[in-house]
Design a protein around this ligand. Structure first.
Ligand SMILES: Nc1ncnc2c1ncn2[C@@H]1O[C@H](COP(=O)(O)OP(=O)(O)OP(=O)(O)O)[C@@H](O)[C@H]1O
Ligand SMILES: [Mg+2]
Length: 276
């Protein structure tokens, strides 16, 4: 579905910002892109979306090279949620906003079909359509931006720090909705995220970047257990993983509070928690 082949990209002649990236993401995967500030994450997702094109190497979406497909063609397949919803929202009501995106991307469909898509997504997100986006909270505006992307039904969803600045409830709202799309419609998700607790809860696989290169690619829970890698990438693993690792034997696979509780009970049944 997404194939990066030795992709490098330079913003200027100062040398490449991302270097020799190669990875493949299949349909229905939920992948997190991790790394410190300036590691090249946003550059990488912009390359996937085709907003920028590789200086060398190839980026293929569905086998089609982003160097030759048009932005409007790709917009049918790829939805991009920016970190700041206000860069995305441009209309005065939620309905107008959603219809604007639909008309732009689904330009081959009738007005009735577009209205039906709009009604469905409004109901799903609990909007009447008459709300004015700029009088809503930031979290709600992020939901408006997400609704207008999902209305188009993209096969690939790119999220660049989707939950920054949100409170816990808003974060769960957005992330649960994204997970539902991923599970029910097999939408492929690529998420840049600095919140490792969110990554552990929602993503299955992680790509780790540092200094513009790809350091590692693997299951999230395995990636977080590699101390040297975490240090190199300046990532602080989720508390649950750090705790599990400190507790050692029998706790190694405890990634969730439930698994941790079970491991504690099992240890107790064996005759108490061992002190090392
Ligand atoms: N439009 C641009 N022109 C020139 N340099 C840029 C541009 N955008 C980003 N860069 C540089 O490229 C490098 C990688 O930036 P990028 O935005 O991809 O990092 P990031 O991993 O998304 O970081 P953050 O976590 O801070 O969002 C940085 O050194 C940045 O200064
Ligand atoms: Mg970024």
């Amino acid at each position: 579905m997404i194939q990066a082949e030795n992709v490098s990209f330079s913003y200027s002649d100062q040398g490449p910002t991302v270097r020799d990236l190669s990875f493949h993401v299949g349909k229905g995967e939920f992948v997190a892109l991790l790394g410190a500030n300036g590691a090249g994450k946003t550059t990488t997702v912009r390359l996937i979306d085709g907003l920028i094109r590789p200086t060398t190497g190839r980026m293929l979406i569905h086998g089609a090279d982003t160097a030759v497909t048009s932005v409007s063609e790709r917009a049918k397949h790829v939805g991009f949620l920016f970190q700041n919803p206000d860069r995305q929202i441009c209309k005065n009501t939620v309905r107008e906003e959603i219809m604007f995106g639909l008309r732009t991307v689904r330009d081959d469909e009738s007005e009735e079909q577009l209205n039906a898509r709009c009604d469905k997504v409004l109901e799903d997100f609990g909007f009447t359509g008459e709300e004015e986006p700029f009088s809503l909270s930031r979290g709600q505006r992020q939901r408006v931006a997400l609704a207008s992307i999902l209305a188009v039904e993209p096969e690939i969803l790119i999220l660049d720090e989707p939950t920054t600045g949100m409170d816990y409830r808003e974060c769960c709202h957005i992330m649960d909705r994204i997970r539902r799309m991923n599970e029910e419609q097999q939408v492929t998700v690529i998420m840049v995220c600095h919140d490792m607790e969110v990554v552990l809860d929602y993503a299955d696989r992680a790509l780790v970047m540092a200094g513009g290169t790809l350091l590692a690619d693997g299951p999230v829970s395995e990636i977080f257990r590699q101390d040297e890698l975490m240090e190199k990438a300046s990532i602080l693993p989720p508390q649950m993983i750090s705790l599990a690792r400190r507790l050692g034997d029998g706790f190694d696979q405890a990634d969730t509070p439930e698994a941790m509780a079970e491991a504690v009970l099992a240890r107790r049944a064996e005759g108490g928690v061992r002190h090392e």
